[in-house]
Design a protein around this ligand. Structure first.
Ligand SMILES: NC(=O)c1ccc[n+]([C@@H]2O[C@H](COP(=O)([O-])OP(=O)(O)OC[C@H]3O[C@@H](n4cnc5c(N)ncnc54)[C@H](OP(=O)(O)O)[C@@H]3O)[C@@H](O)[C@H]2O)c1
Length: 237
């Protein structure tokens, strides 16, 4: 029985891999062969390399996890961010954001869903899907797409007791946010946007991932759980 973690070499992916590896067998997916190979040695697990620009057909890709292995969990941590005025955003940038965030989610779930009876799949949205933040149009479109995708897929596969959910964080310390949080002033502005003023970390996310992957959440499906210091829903005076 394995838990697939895609985007395993990112900040959140690595933290989830470390956490789940304590009690479970992993299967890692990523784009950087060296990083993923190092992790697979560390966790003594199998892996596959993904190329979102030239993906294998799903019927081939699904066999990267041997057919007799039960897939208990699928977590897609592949993602990116683009904060840019819409009128200055190129078609290539749009395609890249949609491909990395939304297509990766479609590709992974369409590949593995039929093999995940009684399992749990998890995708990452963003606060930008439920709150209109200026210059976030493209990432908002991709992450809103993930939330709709999750609801529909949760309905389709509920008959297999496959639960499908999303987590929507606000800004967290990670590789993709480095540029945005590159000065003390930027950090302070970002913090102050949040009703609970701080920058998130993977430690804010891990307990919810653990819960969604466990049977303790066995009546939870089709949901997006916002972990964002209240930013998406509340406005204190
Ligand atoms: N950090 C935030 O502020 C924030 C906020 C809201 C939502 N999220 C979401 O949370 C999830 C995890 O992100 P993170 O914070 O862990 O960021 P991260 O450290 O930058 O990790 C992003 C992951 O996506 C992979 N990736 C990016 N482009 C790819 C491509 N074209 N093909 C294959 N893999 C690709 C990266 O691979 P490499 O390791 O090879 O680079 C990395 O594993 C993402 O879905 C992100 O959108 C993050």
């Amino acid at each position: 029985m394995v838990y697939i973690i895609a985007g395993a070499s990112g900040v959140l992916g690595s933290a989830i891999a470390e956490d789940l590896s304590k009690n479970n067998e992993l299967f890692l997916i990523g784009r950087d062969k060296e990083k993923i190979l190092n992790m697979s040695e560390k966790y003594d697990c199998k892996y596959a390399i993904i190329d979102l620009n030239n993906p294998l057909p799903q019927r081939e890709f699904k066999n990267v996890v041997e057919p007799d292995v039960e897939i208990k969990g699928l977590i897609n941590c592949i993602g990116s961010i683009l904060i840019k005025p819409l009128h200055g955003t190129s078609i290539d940038e749009y395609n890249e954001v949609i491909n990395t965030n939304l297509f990766s989610s479609f590709y992974l779930l369409s590949t593995f869903a039929k093999r995940m009876k009684n399992g749990s799949a998890l995708f990452f949205s963003s606060v930008a899907a439920s709150l209109g933040l200026s210059n976030h149009e493209v990432i908002s479109a991709a992450k809103s797409g993930i939330e709709g995708f999750v609801r529909s897929a949760a309905a389709t596969y509920s008959k297999d007791n496959l639960r499908i959910n999303a987590i929507a964080p606000s800004i967290m310390d990670s590789n993709m946010s480095k540029k945005i949080l590159s000065t003390e002033q930027a950090i302070e502005i970002s913090k102050s946007m949040h009703p609970i003023p701080k920058i998130g970390t993977y430690n804010d996310i891990l307990p919810v991932v653990r819960w969604l992957m466990s049977n303790d959440s066995d009546w939870v499906t089709g949901q997006t759980i916002n972990i964002d210091g209240g930013l998406s829903k509340i406005k204190p005076r």
